[in-house]
Design a protein around this ligand. Structure first.
Ligand code: 5GP
Ligand code: MG
Length: 178
């Protein structure tokens, strides 16, 4: 079994590169079919989704644009809770079909913030595509329209996902060895 060490932790291969690529082809085919004749704006969540977004987007044959967005948190001036703001959406997305691209859906908290923000902008539709999905950790009701793989509630790295900033360049997805 393929193993790798990042800093102080050992990881073993969970999803090999060729399996990921095959699955992304299938996801792109489904999106191409579902949005035939439509224009789509992909919004890829930084940082982790950049590898997935690059591979998926090149398989899309629709009239499509892509932007890379980030959730910035800052302390609200009136409330004590932290406020999330979606930054990086520079074009007009009103009346557009949006597909949010994320590396992994864990609790779904990030996703909910993004969907809430997008809903305020009068877009035509919002769907979600994620490479990985942890159903056991998911606490929200937003459907994950396209996902690559359901995985257990364990920490993974590779293919864009990091541990302390490292491991994003691994070609496969690796899971923490406990
Ligand atoms: P959520 O808001 O759904 O709980 O978390 C989503 C974000 O947390 C993901 O976009 C990702 O950045 C990070 N995350 C969640 N699970 C993992 C994991 O197993 N490995 C890594 N590297 N990041 C994760
Ligand atoms: Mg992320």
């Amino acid at each position: 079994m393929k193993e790798t060490v990042i800093l102080d932790k050992k990881f073993s291969e969970l999803i090999p590169e060729d399996v990921i690529m095959n699955r992304i082809n299938q996801m792109a085919e489904a999106i191409n079919r579902d949005y035939e004749e439509k224009e789509v704006v992909f919004l890829s969540i930084l940082n982790g989704a950049f590898v997935f977004a690059a591979d998926l987007f090149r398989k899309i044959n629709l009239k499509a644009r892509i932007s890379f967005v980030k959730l910035a948190s800052y302390e609200g001036t009136r409330s004590s809770g932290s406020v999330k703001e979606l930054i990086g959406v520079n074009e007009d997305i009103s009346n557009m079909h949006i597909i949010v691209l994320d590396d992994i859906i864990d609790t779904g908290y990030t996703l909910e913030c993004i969907v809430d923000e997008l809903s305020k902008r009068k877009v035509a539709s919002i769907r979600i595509a994620a490479l990985l999905f942890k159903p056991a950790a998911y606490t929200k009701n937003i459907p994950i329209d396209y996902f690559g793989f359901e995985i257990p509630n364990d920490f993974v790295v590779g293919y864009g996902l990091d541990y302390e900033g490292y491991g994003r360049n691994l070609h496969s997805v690796y899971v923490l060895v406990k």
